[in-house]
Design a protein around this ligand. Structure first.
Ligand code: CA
Length: 261
């Protein structure tokens, strides 16, 4: 590990690795500002709007609770000293009712901040007044990105379990229902790839015979019907969200949506 001829480079120790969270787009998300003081609310709303967020401002706690529960914003910036109720109760109530968006609490003093953090009412972050808009923006962006990342992580396993869309990889000659491979014979794969290339459109029997079985077929396309039947069964067994529709006397069409759907 000794590198005597290489001087220390203290400046590089602080280099941050590229943060994946930076790539998550949070612009356009809905933010509710709950603050009765126009002197704080108006510049905040203006700045957030300019940053590309869709912003609503409400000055009273009761109205804020109703709005949060009906609109489910991505994030709430919540003042504690509201005219009709304590912001902490706003926080508790929306959490009790299942609100899962971010909540950043604005507190008047650092002393109050300590007390509030200790109460653990379900807020994600706290910032003491007076605050720099830039700092609030940075915290808010970080929170939105964390939420978005958590949401996509939570959605991912569920999606892979339920998504059974058919994908056909012609380079690897493999077909998948969601992430599960469908075991296919050479002809079954060729037939499926042929239909998949024109998914939603009819492929004629003649054309399939030409492209999948090459030349030298004479009239009888029984082998095609047998292969179609086997392929249908395998697709069904795989749970793939597609079906092969027979267009009598003409050909076949691969459609989205399982056969029994
Ligand atoms: Ca206030």
């Amino acid at each position: 590990m000794d590198a005597p001829d290489r001087p220390d480079t203290p400046g590089r120790g602080g280099a941050e690795p590229a943060d994946d969270l930076d790539s998550i787009d949070v612009v356009g998300q809905h933010i509710l500002v709950v603050e009765d003081d126009d002197g704080i609310a108006l510049p905040l709303v203006r700045t957030l709007t300019r940053e590309g967020y869709v912003v609503e401002r409400i000055a009273e706690g009761e109205a804020a609770v109703g709005w949060v529960l009906s609109e489910a914003p991505a994030l709430v910036v919540l003042d504690l000293g509201l005219p009709d109720m304590d912001g902490l109760d706003v926080c508790r109530r929306v959490r009790d009712e299942g609100f899962e968006g971010g909540i950043i609490i604005l507190t008047a003093r650092d002393g109050e901040l300590d007390r509030v953090v200790g109460l653990d009412v379900g807020a994600d972050d706290y910032i003491a007044k007076p605050f720099a808009l830039a700092e609030l923006l940075a915290r808010l962006r970080a929170l939105l990105r964390r939420s978005a990342a958590a949401a996509s992580r939570a959605a991912a396993p569920q999606a892979s379990a339920s998504v059974t869309g058919l994908s056909v990889d012609t380079d690897a000659r493999r077909a998948f229902a969601g992430e599960r491979e469908i075991p296919l014979s050479t002809k079954e794969f060729d037939l499926l790839a042929n239909l998949d290339r024109q998914r939603g459109s009819v492929v004629t029997r003649e054309r399939v015979m030409d492209e999948v079985w090459d030349e030298n077929w004479f009239g009888s396309t029984k082998t095609l019907d047998v292969t179609i039947a086997r392929l249908r069964q395998k697709l069904e067994e795989s749970g793939a969200d597609v079906r092969i529709t027979t267009i009598r006397g003409i050909g076949f069409r691969l459609d989205d949506g399982a056969a029994d759907a």
